[in-house]
Structures are given as C-alpha cells and as structure tokens.
Design a protein around this ligand. Sequence first.
Ligand code: CMC
Length: 429
Amino acid sequence: MPSNTLTITDNRTGKSYEVPVENETIRAQDLRQIKVNPQDFGLMTYDPAFMNTASCKSTITYIDGDAGILRYRGYPIDQLAEKATYLEVAYLVLYGELPNKAQLADWTYNVTHHTFLHESTKHLMEAFRYDAHPMSMFISVVAALSSFYPEAKQVKDPDVRQKQIYRLIAKVPTIAAFSYRHTRGLPYVYPDNDLSYPGNFLNMLDKMTQAKYEPDPVKEHALDVLFILHADHEQNCGTNAMRAIGSSMVDPYSAMAGAAAALYGPLHGGANEEVLKMLTEIGHVKNVPAFIDRVKKKEKLLMGFGHRVYKNYDPRAKIIKKTADEVFKVTGVNPMLEIALELERIALQDDYFVSHKLYPNVDFYSGIIYQAMGFPVEFFPVLFAIPRTSGWLAQWVELVNDPDQKIARPRQIYLGADQRDFVPMDQRK
Ligand code: CMC
C-alpha cells in the first residue's frame, strides 16, 4: 500500500476508504465519497474560521508560526527589511523575483507615473464629514476607482491586470494622504515624482508652503521598513476577503475595497489603533499589573498580542522594535513606550501568556512608532493598507491564474427548522 495515503474507516458502515495525502493535506472533496447510502450527500468537514483548512496553494509568503519565520518568495523578512526598498519588495511579492536594475527602473517609473487621482475623487472626498474615519474614506475611494476604470473588469487579460496593479500600488498613498488632509481641513497635495515612494507619501501628508518638500530621511526610511513588513502575510482575513471576492471575477478595485474593509477590523489591521487606545487607557506603568489581571480574567484582550499563526515572537515585531529606536532618536521617546515595554515584560514571564503562547505581534509596536512620527491614531490602519496592497494584488493574480480555483462558496450545516406551513398574521404568537 502506498504510504502517502490516509485510510479512513467509517464506523457507521464499516467501509474503509483510502485518500491521497499531498503536501501533508487531504482534499476535502475526497471525503464526499464517504456515504451511508447512495442518496447521502457525502461527508463534509466543519471548519469555522478556516482553522485547519488550506483554501489555496500559494508561492508568495511562507510562515512558520512556531519558529517565528516569515519569508516573501523565499527571502527572510529581516534581510528584506534591512537591504531592500518597499518598491523592490512589492515587485518581488507580485512577480516572484527581485527586480534587476532595468526592471526596477521600469517598475518605479510606472508606479511613479500613476500616482495622480482623477480630479472627481476630490469631490468624493469632500462628501465626507470633517471627522470621518480615514479608513472609511480609503475603502470608499478604492471602491470608487472601479467606476473610473471600467476596463478593469477584464481580469483574465494580463495587460489589463498589469495596468490596474500600477494604478493601485501608485494611488493608495495618494488616497491615504487625501483622507488625512481632509480630516485636517488642509488642501490636498499632489504627488511629487522626484521623491521616493515613502518620501512622496510624506510630502502629500505634510507639505505646507515650502516650494519643495524634503522628507526627513529617518522617517522616510522607517516608513519604508514598516511598508516592507506589512506587504503580505499569506491567508489572513483581509487577503482571504480579496481572494473570496476576487473569485467572482469582479474587478480588483471592488475586491480590494472588501479586503481593506476586512483589514479595518480591530482584530486585524485595526489592532494597531486599538493598542494605542489600550495604552492610553492604562495611562501609567503602575497600572500595568492590574490591567494584566483583567486580561487574565478575560475581561479585556491584550491588543497587539497573540496571532492565529505565530505561536512565538512575531518576527516583524522584532524588526519594528529596532526601527522604533531609530525613530525615537529623531522624534524623542513616545511616553507610551514605557507602558508598552512594561506590558511586554510582565506578559512574557506570566504563566497565562506563556501557556497560551501569546507574544507581541506586528501591531504592538507599529502604533507607537506611527504616533511618534506624528500620525493620528485613526490613521494607523490606513498605513497598514498602503503596503498590503502589493500582497492583495499578488494573491489576486495567483487566484485568477490558478486552474484549481473556482468561485468561493463554502458549504454549511443547516440546523434550522424543517419544512413548515406559512402562518397567517392573526395566528402568530
Ligand atoms: N489577549 C488575551 N488573551 C488572548 C489574546 C489576547 N490578545 N489572544 C488570544 N488570547 C487567548 C484566547 O482568549 C484563548 O484563550 P482560551 O484558550 O483560554 O480560551 C487563547 O488565547 C487562544 O486564542 P485563539 O482563540 O486561538 O486566538 P485566535 O487565533 O482565534 O485569534 C487573534 C488570534 C490575533 C485574533 C487574537 O490573538 C487577538 O484577538 N489578539 C488581539 C488583537 C490583535 O492584536 N490583532 C492583530 C493580529 S496581527 C496583525 C494582523 O494580522 O492583522
């Protein structure tokens, strides 16, 4: 008998079945042959939240959660964060290889020359209240781009797809910056093609009356590193949304608006915002032990801790901590840092956190750096969405080209009422 198979005995019928094991996985469809009688639908698996279900094959990002490893296309995240720029990493994530000099020049040129938004977008932005959450504006404007580029519907055409990739990677910083300026009541700043990707973003956020904006090199570099760390993270909630929506063959703007909406949630990309709120609520180092007690009593979540996949220190959190030191040299230490360090110190030696394998994740320190750099708390999830655009698009292209994929359509276990007759209004309880 071949060893790469699984033998299943159905105790309801006494029958045995042999199903292939490939990549340490069985195909859920292979279970459908397991039936009690010929009319039976066949055995299904029940897996809420996809805790143990692979929804795709992918060659983009590798994570070993127990060992704390993260690699994009085989390259360790720490090497990329130290040696590459975000635009190089975005190219790598999207196309599978690091760009050579000519490829990088071409990629940079194309991204740089798609940064402008249609002028009508400004009217759309103006419809939002002065205090609208920047992520709501970001999601809405990404969705609206679908109406500006109707050809994007041709998702099977590689040239059309490529054009939308340039547009999305190029325009997300502009959308983000417009949403920031809107909440501040400031005029929008147009992109400056002489600047780097993060440098231009800082320009669109901060430029006031100066003829030429010159980004602070430490902030520009820190932002680039943070962008690299957030580029992709395999099948998380937002990416799963991108793939699920994209599987209906809708245009990438509509799919990405859904992915960004998923990212907005406090358990996902909204966690960095929640970390800052939590640190503000704790207020002082002396209040940390009492807060930890409340977490252990399950009255509170320790935001920025825990991960579905990492059961060890999130490798991104380690790199962020180093970047934080560089930023604080310029900006001065964020008062929240002291509380964060104390929370981390206590949590890492507390039985509850050790036994639950709860370690700081990427969001624990990113918010503290963002705050030190002067970003308002509500803006943090947007800073996550900008670089994640490259991951979403890479995963979307992989999905569209994958012959195994079909429209995403899970099954359910129906436990509701059996057939019953309609009850007229005067007879209802
Ligand atoms: N604080 C306190 N307890 C926690 C936490 C936390 N942050 N995270 C998990 N636990 C407990 C949880 O209550 C459960 O306890 P028990 O087994 O006693 O019932 C146990 O740890 C296992 O948790 P889980 O249910 O397996 O975790 P999950 O995989 O469903 O959830 C998570 C992962 C990230 C949603 C969760 O850890 C969490 O809510 N963390 C806080 C929010 C956060 O920081 N999110 C950012 C994630 S990283 C960036 C991103 O992906 O967007």
